[in-house]
Design a protein around this ligand. Structure first.
Ligand SMILES: [Zn+2]
Length: 430
């Protein structure tokens, strides 16, 4: 049994100063005040953590981890030319080794900043599954499907075979979804085929939806809305993770209420690509869970969940001129349990008995965090990824005091540098 003592716990109900968190194997068995905690037993590992906060691990609800290798390759460009002129041509020249190197690099950053679950869409997903497995966290993985370039449906087969190979892998840490990339890259017939495949497997669906206002206008010109895309194709018969959703049609809110849809809000990527502001408070008012995602490092440049939380709060307040929107506690919940719910991970993201022991210790003692009147406020508005001190996933310590304990970080960094050089060289030669 592991006992974390002396820190402020953010349990679902309250801030619990000087609390105790007990972990037995991969589960939390107790989270609350010291005076209600079970007595320590001989052999327990006791960690004393005064001045720290303990929170659930962050859930990155939408990302493309391997794009870590493309960080900074094309900044200050709009989404459509960014994809067609910059990203897709480079991705066409990336091999499986590049995907593995980029994903491992991304997971170094993610784990060190307190992320213990990711929802990833990319290619060469066997390599991504391996990287997530060796990093010790959990992940929902999805082969990205560009339907308009999948004439023999070979990619759709790759996506379904991935499900058969990896669903429940690494002791349940890997889940597999089917990933039609977006309505503008997958025609309606293709989306119907994906929906049928998802239904046959009983798989979750992961799709980019309403990522720009132009996308929603283009759908309107065809008499459709983003929510209608899910409904008409049959995709909404399965649970769906819709990434971005910055531009819902007015009628979408009511339609989404009747679906099992969760939204991955990616505020940093949306701001950087100039896509707009997802109406998060309105989605949540309709009972739709909204998690936070980074998107890939090629668009967002960072995977830092603390920055995603700040951006989500700032956008919600700034875009509505209402500073009461999305309190610090709400944003923390979105970054953890609500993101987990959007991914179908019901026992992830709360410090409560029975939940998986995905737990992050944040050091609040640094000058830039002092004084602390409200721990949730300090975590959302002040703390950064650099303040993460310890990260546990499934009760296993992955990262402590600046060091990765499961993976060889220097080796991963040098592999990533070599892969980035290969990509740069191919760019020059092409
Ligand atoms: Zn994306």
């Amino acid at each position: 049994m592991i006992r974390l003592e002396g820190a402020t716990l953010l349990t679902p109900e309250e801030e619990c100063p000087q609390g105790v968190l007990c972990i037995d194997k991969d589960r939390i068995t107790y989270a609350g005040p010291a005076d209600g905690a079970p007595a320590a037993q001989p052999g327990d590992e006791i960690v004393d953590l005064p001045g720290r906060a303990i929170i659930p691990g962050f859930v990155n609800a939408h990302t493309h981890l391997a794009m870590q290798l493309l960080r900074g390759i094309a900044d200050d460009v709009a989404l459509a030319p960014w994809l067609t002129d910059h990203i897709w041509p480079v991705e066409d020249r990336m091999g499986e080794d590049d995907v593995l190197a980029g994903t491992r690099l991304a997971l170094l950053e993610a784990v060190a900043s307190g992320v213990t679950a990711v929802n990833d869409m990319y290619m060469a997903m066997d390599r991504v599954a391996e990287a997530i497995g060796e990093a010790g966290i959990r992940g929902v993985i999805t082969q990205g499907l560009i339907g308009n370039a999948d004439p023999g449906r070979g990619k759709l087969r790759v996506g379904t075979e991935l499900y058969e190979r990896w669903q429940g892998g690494y002791g349940g840490r890997i889940q597999v979804a089917l990933g039609p990339h977006a309505p503008y890259t997958c025609d309606p017939h293709y989306l119907v085929e994906v929906a049928q495949a998802a239904k046959a497997l009983d798989a979750r669906v992961h799709i980019h939806l309403a990522e720009t206002h132009q996308e929603t206008r283009d759908l309107a010109a065809e008499g459709r809305t983003p929510a209608h895309v899910l409904l008409d194709s049959g995709l909404s018969e399965q649970p769906v993770i819709a990434a971005h959703y910055v531009a819902p049609a007015e009628s979408d809110f009511a339609l989404l209420e009747g679906m099992r849809v969760g939204i991955a809000h990616c505020p940093v990527s949306n701001l950087k690509l100039g896509c707009g502001f997802a109406p998060v408070a309105r989605f949540r008012a309709h009972g739709i869970p909204v998690g936070l995602g980074s998107d890939g490092a090629a668009s967002a440049n960072v995977l830092d969940p603390f920055l995603s939380m700040k951006a989500a709060a700032w956008i919600a307040k700034g875009s509505t001129q209402d500073p009461t929107q999305l309190s610090a506690r709400t944003v923390l919940r979105m970054a953890t349990h609500e993101g987990a719910l959007a991914l179908g991970l019901a026992d992830v993201g709360l410090l409560a008995p029975g939940f998986l022991a995905d737990v992050v210790v944040v050091d609040l003692r640094a000058p830039h965090l002092q004084p602390v009147f409200d721990v949730a406020s300090a975590l959302v508005y002040t703390a950064t990824a650099r303040d993460v001190e310890r990260v546990y996933a499934s009760g296993r310590l992955l990262f402590a005091e600046g060091r990765h304990l499961l993976v060889d970080a220097p080796e991963i960094l040098s592999q990533a540098q070599r892969a980035a050089q290969r990509i740069a060289q191919r760019q020059i030669l092409s």
